[in-house]
Design a protein around this ligand. Structure first.
Ligand SMILES: Cc1cc2nc3c(=O)[nH]c(=O)nc-3n(C[C@H](O)[C@H](O)[C@H](O)COP(=O)(O)O)c2cc1C
Length: 199
């Protein structure tokens, strides 16, 4: 039975680290990637909270990920109270799971927020202008307002937050019948240090 060749990073720790960041950056750019829609975990007042977000950027040099949210949202409140967070995603084609743990910073009125807002598509901006705020109880399912895309450009901006996650721990799991590979890294003063671990 023929099998696909093993990926170049299979027994290459540095290659696996590079692959992790390549896959995240690819996920930020392409909707077809499993890394485009990671689950984001925060620490809520009653325990862990999990939801899907769109990965907007992944920067290997800085070791950061970016996503966007409404600053009135539950996740924004969680991160404001406790910046500890985690992201996890799996891509079926790559057979890779990536887990990221780190600390989040909410950017609302600085250059990071402005660049993220400017780079957002008009249709993405609309949800930030929704009234009432996300999470508000409604008398009926449709009892909320969304403005048109033109109004959203100004109405949504005060509610917009770009969230930068500074990764502190990374974990990649590659699935293969010939033997899974798992590696993990920690951020240290001198940079990332990592090694293979049992899958
Ligand atoms: C495919 C998909 C993508 C989503 N992307 C985002 C996102 O980028 N940012 C965001 O704040 N919420 C996003 N959401 C909505 C969240 O998953 C969540 O339902 C909502 O933000 C409320 O979460 P919270 O109460 O924990 O803040 C997305 C949901 C889905 C299904």
């Amino acid at each position: 039975m023929s099998r696909a060749p093993l990926p170049a990073f299979y027994d290459d720790l540095d290659g696996t680290f590079a692959e992790l960041w390549r896959l995240l950056a690819d996920g930020a750019g392409h909707g077809r990637s499993g890394f485009h829609l990671p689950a984001l975990a925060t620490v809520g007042p009653d325990g862990p909270r999990l939801r899907t977000v769109v990965l907007r950027a992944a920067d290997r040099a800085a070791g950061t990920l970016r996503f966007h949210c409404d600053r009135r949202s539950g996740k924004a409140a969680d991160l404001h109270a406790n910046p500890a967070c985690a992201l996890a995603a799996y891509d079926e084609a790559a057979k890779v799971q990536i887990r990221v743990e780190g600390r989040a910073t909410l950017h609302t009125d600085d250059a990071v927020a402005e660049a993220a807002w400017t780079g957002s598509r008009p249709m993405s901006r609309v949800c930030y202008a929704a009234e009432p705020a996300p999470g508000t109880a409604l008398p009926a399912g449709g009892a909320y307002m969304l403005p048109d895309e033109t109004s959203a450009a100004t109405l949504g901006r005060p509610h917009f937050a770009a969230v930068m996650v500074r990764a502190e721990r990374l974990d990649l799991l590659y699935l293969d019948r010939r033997g899974h590979r798992r590696a993990a890294w920690r951020r240290a003063e001198a940079g990332w240090s990592g090694g293979w671990i049992a899958p």
